[in-house]
Design a protein around this ligand. Structure first.
Ligand SMILES: NC(=O)c1ccc[n+]([C@@H]2O[C@H](COP(=O)([O-])OP(=O)(O)OC[C@H]3O[C@@H](n4cnc5c(N)ncnc54)[C@H](OP(=O)(O)O)[C@@H]3O)[C@@H](O)[C@H]2O)c1
Length: 281
């Protein structure tokens, strides 16, 4: 392993309390490497909406893991990622690892902006995370016993956030990952109905999946108090990314880590054992 940064200088993890960032931070800390959490709650704070916060967050760091929020599919995301990457390089922070998404034109523009920034880059271009069912917007419906989404039979190779985190840590600590674009997926294409059934089986609960039209989905989001712009973003992701364009497997995890990715069944069993789908009383 060729390490490239001194353990004296922290690694900036933008989105360091999020699904992948939290796991990257934990692993780097376990290796004895200092981390700086880049988020609105971090010290110093990092806010994608406020570019004035970016330079301070980059001060004195050795490398950065960049996750954009809310989603790289949002217009303007690529410009923001490019601006941050160029600022980092100007400040001498050349080692940059970007979390990207599959089949999203704006995400691919963000990748190009990073590649053109002069950074020593690595890109992890991921499929949908399994953790959307346990740590994000699918968790509440799963708890309620009915996940209703505007998708029919499309299959997605859900990836475990732990697999992403392991690749990011490898990329941040080993120079052989510089210039690599890892498109990563889980090992199996499954429908949302099959994913729900895996969780039902693991938790031994009745949990149904119901395909619904887009307008009914949007009405449900509005009734749950989801702001219009966020609802529109979520609906757009279902319309665009889940139209079949991503219905294929890739070998990114194998290439980066030399092993197969974790399966969704393993995710469901571990989550059930840890009680992530139990109601907090
Ligand atoms: N979820 C998926 O299935 C998936 C798949 C492929 C790619 N991606 C990509 O992964 C990225 C992250 O998505 P995610 O859904 O997994 O979210 P996430 O990483 O779980 O997002 C939460 C993190 O973002 C931070 N955050 C929120 N607003 C922020 C702001 N204005 N400025 C700075 N940090 C902010 C939060 O911290 P604070 O609240 O403290 O600010 C928290 O650390 C997106 O770019 C998405 O395109 C996601």
């Amino acid at each position: 392993m060729t390490t490239f940064h001194s353990s004296k200088f922290p690694v900036l993890i933008v989105g360091g309390t999020g699904k992948t960032g939290r796991r990257v931070a934990k692993r780097l800390a376990a290796l004895g490497l200092p981390v700086r959490i880049g988020s609105r709650q971090g010290t110093p704070a990092f806010d994608w909406e406020n570019p004035d916060t970016w330079a301070v967050a980059l001060e004195g760091v050795s490398a950065a893991y960049i996750t954009y929020y809310p989603d790289l599919a949002v217009p303007g995301a690529a410009d923001a990622v490019g601006e941050l990457a160029r600022l980092a390089v100007r400040k001498g922070v050349k080692r940059l690892v970007l979390l990207s998404g599959r089949g999203e034109p704006e995400a691919q523009r963000a990748e190009q902006a990073l590649q053109a920034s002069g950074a020593d880059w690595t890109i992890v271009r991921a499929s949908w995370f399994a953790e959307n069912f346990s740590e994000s917007f699918f968790r509440e419906p799963i708890l309620a016993g009915d996940l209703a989404l505007p998708v029919q039979g499309v299959r997605e190779p859900f990836i475990h956030a732990d697999d992403i985190a392991e690749i990011v840590v490898a990329a941040l600590t080993d120079t052989r990952h510089i210039g690599e674009l890892y498109e990563v997926t889980g090992p199996r294409l499954i429908t949302f109905a099959e994913a729900t059934a895996e969780i039902a089986k693991a938790t031994r609960r009745d949990i149904h999946f119901t395909p619904i039209p887009h307008d009914v989905f949007m009405q449900g989001l509005a009734a749950d108090g989801v702001p219009d712009d966020v609802a529109a973003l979520i609906d757009e992701l279902f319309r665009s990314v889940l139209d079949g364009r991503n219905e294929y497997l890739t070998d990114g995890v194998q290439r980066a880590l030399g092993r197969a990715p974790r399966d969704f069944a393993e995710f469901a069993q571990a989550g059930a054992a840890a009680g992530v789908w139990e109601q907090v009383k």
